[in-house]
Design a protein around this ligand. Sequence first.
Ligand SMILES: NC(=O)c1ccc[n+]([C@@H]2O[C@H](COP(=O)([O-])OP(=O)(O)OC[C@H]3O[C@@H](n4cnc5c(N)ncnc54)[C@H](OP(=O)(O)O)[C@@H]3O)[C@@H](O)[C@H]2O)c1
Length: 372
Amino acid sequence: MKNETAALTKKKKEGLGWIESIKGWACVFHEFLFQRFMSSHLQNPFPLPPLNHLTCIVTGSTSGIGRETARQLAEAGAHVVMAVRNTKAAHELIQQWQNDWSGKGLPLNLEAMELDLLSLDSVVRFSNLWNARLSPLHVLINNAGIFSMGEEQKFSKDGYEQHLQVNHLAPALLSLLLFPSLIRGSPSRIINVNSIMHYVGFVDPDDMNVVSGKRKFTSLVGYSSSKLAQVMFNNVLSKRLPLETRISVVCLSPGAVLTNVARDLPRYVQVQYALIPYFIFSPQEGCRSTLFSATDAQIPEHCEKLKNDDKPICTFISQDCKHSKPSEEAHNLETANRVWEKTIELIGLPFDALERLLEGEEVQRRYGTQQQ
Ligand SMILES: NC(=O)c1ccc[n+]([C@@H]2O[C@H](COP(=O)([O-])OP(=O)(O)OC[C@H]3O[C@@H](n4cnc5c(N)ncnc54)[C@H](OP(=O)(O)O)[C@@H]3O)[C@@H](O)[C@H]2O)c1
């Protein structure tokens, strides 16, 4: 009773404390300044074993880290599905990669499918199309993401703040709806290309869209909060998945990488960004932690070990391909559970969707029904 009263009177956390903020920013700068030194043991390109037995879906594979990831997985023999909003660009890339590869072995096994993460209808449509093949899926790489600059807060047609939708809600819906195929492909993996920036994020589960006015919205707030929400959601997902499903859940940091992610930055900042090549990874270097997470043989064992931990934590791989820890705030059990519940509500699934999908049952969806 005493504890209940204490919990009720406990003041709701409204943001990161200043010590947590300083620690978070220290981690961000540490990664930026020392990533090249810390990753000096890694080869470039990242060496991959033959992957002919794997089918991988890579979202956002027309640019940057995703593009390099898709190409390298395909060159190692994997069947790669490029899940993209611009299928024309993907087909042109496939053609170009096939030409570059000709004479080196069998043609690359690549295809493109349409997926726009700004539309939850599109996510449901994509999942339905993929699941209808009744094929196994071994690796889902939730790579696509945005860092949209400016103070202006933009919303998707589903009504969600755009960073939240593209970086967290849509990948969460995609991961859950693809469970039938991931189970068919088990042992399988869900890989989330996250960011060290989640260390400076804060999520209020009652205000995930940052519209209450308690916090001022900036693109930095939108980006870092969406990345933290993704870690928290996947922590709970990883914990709730029964061991026997043999589905590993991983979040990772690619490092600071010279890609199009900063396309909305002012031109003068982009120029400076490109002028510091010593610090910034090329996309080939930046996709190493994704390729490691998708293929390293020790990952499932490590995920299993974390499942037995008291706190729900999924594996977090750093830019130098080491097992590291997500931020302290990501360990916040109460908030992580609330983020899980709120996410399930926002993506329009029933509260017991995971358990029912694991049982092979159909679940009701709010999105994607009209077009079918
Ligand atoms: N670059 C870095 O320094 C850095 C650091 C930490 C984390 N990350 C993370 O790494 C991931 C990949 O980013 P990147 O750096 O490679 O950036 P990028 O070059 O901008 O690539 C992002 C990809 O996401 C796709 N995308 C964006 N909005 C989409 C939507 N609504 N639906 C479907 N696809 C969409 C883009 O498609 P289009 O080509 O059609 O625009 C593009 O293919 C992101 O999650 C990002 O947050 C990057």
